[in-house]
Ligand binder design. Structure first.
Ligand SMILES: Cc1cc2nc3c(=O)[nH]c(=O)nc-3n(C[C@H](O)[C@H](O)[C@H](O)COP(=O)(O)OP(=O)(O)OC[C@H]3O[C@@H](n4cnc5c(N)ncnc54)[C@H](O)[C@@H]3O)c2cc1C
Length: 449
């Protein structure tokens, strides 16, 4: 049976690998010149740059399965025990969110009770609200209609507690501040990542540029599994033809038995055949939310440790990228990326203005940056990093899997039970592949007899 997978991001890669491993005749079509989708790398001068810093959690089991299938688990770091240094730009003090060897949710209680960006009363109220969040049912459609911000204020959380703790995690994982985030998705993130299993929230990151973690190994493994991979192959149409499908690409038509459409919502809306139960304009309603990264090369080390989260600062999260960047970072220098999620107000600012804003901010946060020379400063902007994960977004997210006979959808934007993340993308790819594989193979009548 032949299957066309359209889209070579993590969702498409996962589906294509699962189908090729199961013996299907797989062709993967990717519009760009590389695999990996929203997780990719390019060269800025001699420096290897990722389009944006990516992290995962120990609980991202589907994503970690993909890493294992690609043979790259030795190319990521995974904390043995969750530990997040959090520095205040106002006071320069560093608090640490760290798990103790206790079952959840007690594993975080000690570090929360000492969390200096909040006053003692705020810390206690945070713990009470976190315990209440454990009881919220994310699968109830009514939960998704509520704003996380409203829920937090109804549970005694001050603007200070929201910005210094809830949004520290929430903005980075939901790509939206609490008032604009769905309660269902926020509850999912906090319940799975922090409140249910102690080890779930341990943080992982790539030790190599993302292209060497996803896109390049995927190309190798897909080819080895017998799949054909076409890059630079933008699919223009997907149409039913009898009980088969026609894929239009570069003016040619390819006929296949089944299709997995693993493209972002706007492309899916264009390509899905008419007559499916999607509300008009659903992709625009789902919308998208930007993430930008400011990349700064210093002439000396400025950041201790692999990353730093910040409060009372626009800098959000800062990552050391020196080792991933290759030899091009001058000896003795350091390359850091400042990851700015929910960047609606920043995405259109000129690089010079971002530099004017962020370099002094980094000097406030990182004492060693005060006298340091900035050798390079540049910005990567991803306008459609994730869907807009606001209240009511769940209604617009169809489940991954079959949408018509022989046609399945995948993508981090589908209803995977997760926010739009690498884990969601891989889960959706697994679900789409399972839907394709569950279709009984058509056996010609004379053979069946
Ligand atoms: C800057 C940034 C930071 C992020 N940080 C994190 C993080 O820390 N942790 C995390 O878990 N997630 C993070 N994410 C989100 C994560 O990258 C995505 O959720 C995930 O990679 C999406 O995978 P996907 O396969 O669903 O979609 P995509 O990666 O968008 O893949 C879809 C593919 O389809 C292709 N395509 C589109 N139209 C066509 C067509 N007509 N024909 C052929 N191909 C087509 C596209 O070129 C693309 O390659 C981040 C995203 C960004 C941008």
């Amino acid at each position: 049976m032949s299957v066309a997978v359209v889209g070579g991001g993590l969702a498409g890669i996962t589906a294509a690998l699962a189908l090729a491993d199961a013996g299907r005749d797989v062709s993967l079509y990717e519009g760009r010149g590389w695999l990996g989708g929203l997780t990719h790398s390019y060269r800025h001068g001699e420096i290897e740059v990722d389009n944006g810093q990516h992290v995962f959690l120990r609980c991202c089991e589907a994503y970690r399965r993909l890493l294992a299938r690609l043979g790259v688990t030795d190319r990521v770091a995974l904390q043995p025990r969750l530990s997040i240094p959090v520095r205040s730009a106002a006071t320069g003090r560093t608090a640490r969110l760290r798990r103790a060897p206790l079952p959840a949710p007690a594993h975080l209680a000690g570090s929360l009770l000492r969390y200096s960006p909040l006053r003692p009363g705020q810390r206690l109220r945070f713990i009470q609200a976190a315990l209440a969040l454990r009881r919220v049912d994310p699968s109830d459609p009514a939960t998704d209609e509520q704003s996380f911000g409203d829920w937090l204020s109804a549970h005694g959380q001050s603007p200070r507690a929201v910005s210094a703790l809830w949004d520290l995690i929430g903005v980075a994982t939901l790509n939206a501040p609490a008032p604009h985030a769905s309660l269902a998705l926020a509850a999912t993130v906090f319940q799975i990542g922090l409140l249910t299993k102690a080890s779930a929230g341990d943080i992982g990151w790539s030790l190599v540029p993302l292209r060497r973690l996803h896109g390049e190994p995927a190309l190798q493994h897909l080819s080895a599994a017998g799949a054909r991979v076409y890059t630079g192959a933008r699919v223009e149409s997907v149409r039913p033809r009898g009980d088969r499908w026609t894929i239009g690409v570069r003016g040619d038509e390819h006929v296949v038995d089944q299709v997995v459409l693993a493209v972002p919502p706007a492309a899916a809306q264009r390509l899905l055949p008419a007559g499916l139960p999607f509300p008009p304009g659903w992709a625009e309603q789902l919308g998208s939310s930007p993430i930008i990264n400011a990349h700064v090369v210093y002439d000396r080390p400025v950041l201790d440790g692999p990353f730093l989260a910040t409060v009372e600062s626009p800098a959000q999260w800062i990552f050391d990228r020196t080792a991933q960047a290759g030899e091009a970072v001058p000896a003795g220098g350091q390359y850091i990326a400042v990851s700015l999620s929910a960047a609606d107000d920043l995405v259109d600012l000129p690089t010079a203005q971002l530099r004017e804003m962020l370099v002094p901010e980094l000097a406030k946060l990182l004492p060693a940056a005060r006298g340091a020379g900035v050798l390079d400063f540049f910005v990567t902007r991803e306008r459609h990093a994730t869907i807009r994960q606001g209240p009511g977004s769940g209604r617009l997210r169809p489940p991954p899997g079959a949408v018509a006979p022989g046609l399945a959808i995948a993508g981090a934007w589908t209803a995977t039970g997760w926010p739009a993340t690498m884990e969601g993308a891989v889960r959706s790819g697994e679900a789409a592949a399972a839907a394709v594989l569950s279709t009984v193979e058509h056996v010609p009548a004379e053979v069946a007899r």
